[in-house]
Every structure is written in C-alpha cells, then in structure tokens.
Design a binder for this molecule. Structure first.
Ligand SMILES: *Cc1c(COP(=O)(O)O)cnc(C)c1O
Length: 393
C-alpha cells in the first residue's frame, strides 16, 4: 500500500546523508569531548566543527550556539535566563505559542510573574504595535513564535524585535518551525535568543540548540559539568550533534529551492482542496506562511475522523496539532484565531517536507474529497444544512 507522510511539523525523517554521518559517528566518533586523551581531543574537534557548521547555517558565531535536548528545553531555558538575569516581573508572549513556551509561561505565572498573552488576528498574526503597547517598566522578556506549528503563520519577527531593541528588552523566538523554512540570518537580526531543533529539519530527535547572542548574559538551566561554556552540563551527544550539523549543512545548500518547491506543492494542495470541497476554509495566512503547512477546516465533520480515514488510504496527517490530540479540547491556536468549537474540531493539518512528491499531492487530492463527502453524508449537521439549502426546512 502507498504510504504518504504529511506530518512533517510533528517530526521529519532523517535524510540518508544524516543517517550515514550518525552511523559513522556512533561507530567511530562516540567519545567524550571533555576527556584529556586523544579520543577526547578528536571529540572536541568533532564538536567544534559541528558547532561551526550550525552557526554558519543560522548566521551566528559558534560561541553563540548552545546545544540542548531540543526545542522544548531551549524554550524553557530562554525564559529561565530572563528570570535569572533581569529584574522585573513581566513577560510578553502570544496565545498561539507551542506548548513548550505556553506551559513554561503558565508556570512562570504560578511563580508570581505577570504574563501578557497577546491575542492574534484571524490569520494568527500579532503586530509590533501590539507588543509595544503591552510593554511595561518591569518587562524582562518578549518571546514570540516565529512560524506557527499548527497553522503555519510566520510572524513579523524583525519588526517585533526592533521594538524590543528600542526598549532594551530581551527578545526570544521559538524558531523550531522557521529554521530551514524561512531565510534567516542572525548576524543581521534583532533576535537575542532563538530555539531550534534538529528533528524538524531532517535530523535526529533529542538534540537542538538555544542561540544566545554574545551580548546576552547566559544563566545555566541544567547544572553540571563544564560543557557548553559551563552553562549546560551533560556529556555532549556527539553522534546526534554531528547529525544535527549535517542536517543544517544540507538545509543551507538549497534553502531557496526547498522553499520554492514546497510553496508550489503547498499551494497546489490548498487550492486543489478548496476547489474540490465545498464548505471548507484555509486556516492561517495565505502567504505569510511556512512553505510546507496546509491547515484546513471542514464544516460539519470531525478532524479526527478525517484523519483516521486518510490513514486507511496510507496518508498520515494531523488534526490541528499532534500535541493536543488525546485531549478533547480544541487546539488553543485554532481558538486563538477565533474559530468556533465546531469549526476548530473539523480541522486537518497536512505538513509537507523534502520527501513529499507532486504525485503525493495528486493522490491526496484524489482521496480526500470523497472521504469528506462520505463523512458528511453520515453527519446530522450536514443533513440539516442540506435541508436548509434545499428550502424544505
Ligand atoms: C516541535 C516544536 C517544539 C519542540 O521541539 P522538540 O525538539 O520536539 O522539543 C517547540 N516549538 C515548536 C514550534 C515546535 O514545532
């Protein structure tokens, strides 16, 4: 049976070149970079080389790249740094953050911090003006999601960062979805701290980074050995770090081509669905959007049922967000852009990646419309709507 993976926002699969690097590293480069012997020296070199590759990819200096266990730890760490190094009790973020930031901010509230969760517009955007108006004397951190993992909306990060700069406030962005999917150059940027993660860009899980600009004072979140300039203890996970570096190198080789190819496939899928299926709408911004993100709400039916029926045809998608499935609450992002409960429940996310082919999109466009039709035929809500439309209420 055909299998088509359209859940690249949840995780991507390793590129073969990344796998090769990691297998070789597990065999021959699996030493402790902190050891004094020659193996340790080789490890140190491997580590330095990987750090440099990753730094080059995002336009940072190697010493500004700190390895973590992934995007979640990086988000937690950024908030921790603000708490520990700045005086003040107020932080600003948005209602549509990833749970890694949302729940970290909610935890800060329990500790007595005041957190402003800025509302977004119907596309999922906040403006620099909103951020400026929320500023207080005691604001210590502004943290804004770069590219939304559910609806794909890309925020005006540099405009918001300019506000942060003008007021001398720490500015962090969760760029886990944006890195490798939008052009980004930290050497010419207002970003002070940035979270990113290997497994969203065809690298391994459990490894990521927090970029901390050299002008920002770090503070340890994980206490231990002298790794990461003393700010993040724990033996360096060299095979994963080397795989992360390879993933960054590959992403950097053809970023423009990757973006334009995925954007074309994305728009073909979006328009193909909107043309073929009545009573549905695109969630997120039509153009300020991650190149691989498609998120559509289908009226009268449940995203979960669409998901299950798609799975039977070999298509792997997600209903709203993988993080919220398992709970009956609609996604906070879909509520954040103002969708009603019913419409939010009928939403489907398909996220494309480098392994997605045009024939995969054609296959989805062939399989999805009859699935929607079949589910609607079983839906009492839809039946009622049809009766209304036919005038015999
Ligand atoms: C996946 C994701 C995370 C979490 O990253 P992990 O490496 O899985 O911890 C954080 N933020 C966003 C936007 C993500 O998409």
């Amino acid at each position: 049976m055909k299998r088509i993976y359209l859940d690249n926002s949840a995780t991507t699969q390793l590129k073969p070149e990344v796998l090769d690097v990691m297998i070789e590293a597990l065999k021959n480069h699996n030493f402790n970079a902190a050891s004094a012997h020659s193996y340790g020296q080789e490890g140190k070199l491997d580590l330095a080389k990987a750090r440099e590759t990753i730094a080059n990819f995002v336009g940072a200096e190697p010493r500004e790249i700190y390895f973590t266990s992934g995007g979640t730890e990086s988000d937690n760490w950024a908030v921790h740094i603000a708490k520990k190094t700045k005086k003040g009790k107020h932080m600003i973020t948005t209602t549509v953050e990833h749970h890694a930031m949302l729940h970290t901010m909610e935890e800060a509230q329990k500790e007595g911090y005041d957190v402003t969760f800025l509302p977004v517009d119907e596309y999922g955007l906040v403006t620099a003006k909103q951020v400026e108006e929320a500023l207080r004397e005691d604001t210590i951190l502004i943290s804004i999601l770069y590219g939304n993992n559910e609806i794909g909306t890309v925020m005006p990060i540099e405009e918001i960062g300019a506000v942060a700069k003008a007021h001398n406030i720490l500015f962090h962005t969760d760029a886990v979805q944006a890195v490798g999917n939008v052009p980004l150059d930290l050497s010419n940027s207002t970003i002070d701290m940035m979270s990113f993660s290997a497994h969203k860009i065809y690298g391994p899980k459990g490894i990521g980074s927090l970029f901390i600009r050299k002008t920002v004072r770090p503070y340890a979140f994980i206490h231990g050995g002298a790794q990461e300039r003393g700010y993040r203890g724990g033996t360096d996970n060299l095979p994963s770090i080397m795989g992360f570096a390879k993933a960054c190198e590959l992403a950097g080789e053809n970023l423009a081509g990757h973006i334009s190819r995925l954007t074309t496939l994305r728009d073909k899928l979006i328009h193909g669905i909107l043309e073929r299926v009545p009573h549905c709408k695109l969630n997120g911004h039509p153009t300020k959007r991650l190149p691989g993100n498609v998120n559509i709400s289908f009226e009268f039916i449940e995203g979960e049922s669409i998901l299950l029926m798609l799975d039977m045809t070999g298509i792997a998608a997600s209903s709203g967000s993988a993080c919220t499935s398992g709970s009956l609450d609609p996604s906070h992002v879909l509520m954040g852009i103002g969708l009603s409960h019913e419409i939010a429940h009928g939403s489907l996310r398909m996220t494309l990646g480098d392994f997605t082919r045009e024939e995969d999109i054609d296959y989805v466009l062939e399989k999805l419309p009859p699935i929607i039709q079949r589910l609607r035929e079983m839906s009492p809500l839809y039946e009622e709507e049809m009766r209304k439309q036919n005038g015999n209420v």
